[in-house]
Design a protein. Structure first.
Length: 504
């Protein structure tokens, strides 16, 4: 509109002092200290001079104050010889127009703008307060609902489990792409094309925990508040970054001591089994990394079993929390949300001045924060750790049913096995290293040095495991593992042996 007006009036040049009040409501008068106030100051200081004109969208964009106040502002502007031109109708207001019938048109426009703003504000506030009241009373709120709710706010039982899965997987350390793959594998037609953006939007939506704005228990919750806040903590960057979990339990956990890259599973060697090698070395040979050491996967899995239990315990305690620990996560999340609300109110007070309603709300939030901080202090001093047996059982369940989650869990607590060129193997948090000495062909075993003593780890191939299973000497293996979708048999066997407190 401005460009078109300038084309029709070539004698005028556009000043760098443009009037912009786009998007801000002029009703409460806050803009008097903003752009319009700056224009008045500019006129008084001579930056805007007689003969200049001010281009605005319409009178209602200049301000929506009561007519006497707005007329006094216009009088001051045009009295200085500055014209006001409304671009929506091309009308010009100057000293001469204020002395003829256009004055009445201006008054009518100002009154209409003010009345419109007042009516609209009242209706919006009334509608919002009605919905807040109904929400507080446990009644449903009419609004656009996420896909796991019906238009009446009821849970869609066929969709809700996938949403819960997304929250649980993300809290366990999986990324959006991996979560999308797992959801699409569920086969629901509405989720066949789900993408990472949709998953991220789910994870940010408080409706999943039953909230409408800051009011709880308005909708059926897909996840509890503890899980929702735990996910928010990771979304906000409070959780450590991890590599993408994979179907191989050790991938992402075993690192190269020379270049720091991952050790990945390579093809099986004849007569032994799969080995792990530096990714850079495998791809680029000596140009990629000097570490040419390949270490049997069985050896590294044995090292993991020997050293990871404390890390598994830490990770599982983060995810399988006691009642007090869950409440602590909720309280910490609520404190963070309260701080955001209080900061918003403080900004509002700074902008519009001391408004009793805002001050009252701020005081209420302050009292809530003090109460939550006291509860947080008590909860932080309450511990309910799981027993070692519980940890073993939970770990075994993850190995059997969801290797991805166990891999992500260990990465989330920074568990790493580092392999060096000379066969040295170190583990995060462990004082004493292991050393892989190679294969004893005579004993058909891997040689491992630990604390000055050499240990033999009998080589077990898949063929041998299958034979033992056929003879009934091994416990049955779940169906999905037989088809390669779960953990390998060796990992499961080593885990089972540790649960029996035997030496493998």
């Amino acid at each position: 509109m401005v460009a078109k007006w300038l084309q029709l009036h070539p004698d005028y040049l556009l000043s760098s002092l443009t009037y912009q009040d786009l998007g801000r409501s002029g009703y409460n008068g806050a803009h008097l200290q903003g752009e319009l106030g700056q224009l008045l100051v500019g006129i008084k200081e001579g930056l805007i001079q007689k003969g200049d004109c001010i281009l605005v969208e319409a009178v209602d964009r200049v301000g929506r104050l009561p007519a006497p106040k707005m007329l006094s502002i216009f009088t001051e502007i045009v009295g200085a010889g500055v014209s006001v031109i409304t671009l929506d109708d091309g009308q010009e207001y100057d000293e001469q127009s204020l002395n003829n019938n256009l004055l009445f048109l201006l008054v009518a426009k100002v009154l209409q703008a003010h009345q419109y703003s007042e009516t609209l504000s009242r209706r919006i506030n009334a509608s919002y307060e009605k919905r807040r009241r109904e929400a507080s009373e446990g009644k449903g709120v009419k609004r656009q609902t996420p896909m796991w709710l019906t238009t009446d706010g009821q849970l869609r039982e066929e969709i809700a489990p996938f949403v819960k899965l997304a929250f649980e997987d993300y809290a366990s350390g999986l990324g959006e792409r991996r979560i999308c793959h797992r959801i699409r594998a569920g086969g629901h037609p509405e989720l066949s094309n789900i993408n990472g953006t949709t998953v991220k939007r789910w994870l940010r939506n408080r409706t999943a925990a039953g909230y409408w704005n800051d009011i709880p228990n308005v909708y059926p919750a897909v996840v509890d508040k503890e899980l929702w806040f735990r996910v928010q903590s990771r979304l906000n960057g409070n959780a450590p970054k991890a590599a993408a979990p994979t179907k191989y339990l050790l991938t992402g956990l075993v690192k190269c001591g020379s270049c720091g890259r991952n050790f990945n599973v390579q093809k099986k060697q004849a007569g032994t089994g799969a080995v792990m090698q530096c990714t850079s070395r495998a791809r680029l040979t000596s140009d990629g990394c000097e570490n040419n050491r390949s270490i049997p996967k069985q050896v590294l899995e044995w090292v993991r079993v020997e050293t990871s239990i404390a890390f598994v315990q830490e990770g599982l305690q983060r995810q399988h929390l006691s009642a007090s620990q869950k409440r602590l996560v909720e309280v910490q999340g609520e404190l963070e949300e309260l701080s955001k609300s209080m900061n918003t109110l403080v900004d509002t007070l700074a902008e519009v001045g001391l408004i009793p309603e805002v001050q009252k709300k701020l005081q209420e939030l302050k009292q809530q924060r003090e109460s939550l901080e006291s509860e947080c202090t008590l909860l932080e001093r309450t511990a309910s750790p799981d027993t070692l047996t519980d940890i073993h059982n939970l770990e075994h369940d993850l190995i059997t049913n969801d290797v991805l989650k166990l891999n992500a869990l260990l990465q989330s607590v920074d568990y790493t096995i580092t392999c060096y060129r000379d066969g040295l193997i170190t583990v995060s948090g462990e004082t004493y290293p292991y050393k892989y000495l190679g294969v004893s062909r005579k004993r058909r075993a891997y040689r491992i040095l630990f604390l000055g003593e050499e240990h033999s780890l009998k080589i077990v191939t898949r063929e041998q495991l299958d034979a033992l299973r056929e003879e009934g000497l091994l416990p049955p293996i779940p169906h999905k593992i037989e088809h390669g979708d779960g953990p390998d048999v060796l990992t499961l066997l080593i885990s089972q042996n540790r649960r029996k407190n035997s030496i493998y």
